[in-house]
Design a protein around this ligand. Structure first.
Ligand code: THU
Length: 129
């Protein structure tokens, strides 16, 4: 998980967050060992902004990968930054219930949970059968 936290911290530097001044970095590992990273990208039309996790997932899909086995998210926050609700659903699209999600702060705090803990009672494709 340390390499994912490092990748998330590095990409966080590239966040475009002039409105919130809250930079976030995310990195994920796929089943075949590739690492994809993303940062939040805000927009003057506020709802158009995207989260760091969404950026990492978009990079993964663009590369043709689909299966997440670990996630790390980092921000300069007083406590390990939790993924927003929308990103929990986005992660669950590509990650199994037991996949670890590491939440971190730039000052070194860490909290690891699973996808199932992040999104209990998740809506998934099974409900559409
Ligand atoms: N943000 C993320 O990128 N990921 C999270 O998990 C929490 C929130 C971003 C969105 C917005 O650019 C800023 O943090 C403040 O909400």
């Amino acid at each position: 998980m340390d390499d994912l936290i490092a990748a998330a911290a590095a990409v966080r530097e590239n966040a475009h967050a002039p409105y919130s001044n809250f930079k976030v970095g995310a990195a994920l590992r796929t089943r075949d060992g590739q690492v994809f990273a993303g940062c939040n990208v805000e927009n003057v039309a506020f709802p158009e902004g995207t989260c760091a996790e969404a950026g990492a997932i978009a990079a993964m899909c663009a590369a043709g990968a689909r299966e997440i086995v670990a996630v790390a998210v980092i921000a300069d926050s007083p406590a390990p930054v939790p993924c927003c609700g929308g990103c929990r659903q986005k992660i669950a699209e590509f990650a199994g219930a037991d996949v670890p999600v590491m939440m971190a702060t730039t000052s070194g705090a860490r909290r690891q949970v699973t996808v199932a803990e992040l999104l209990p009672g998740a809506f998934d494709a099974g409900f559409m059968k």
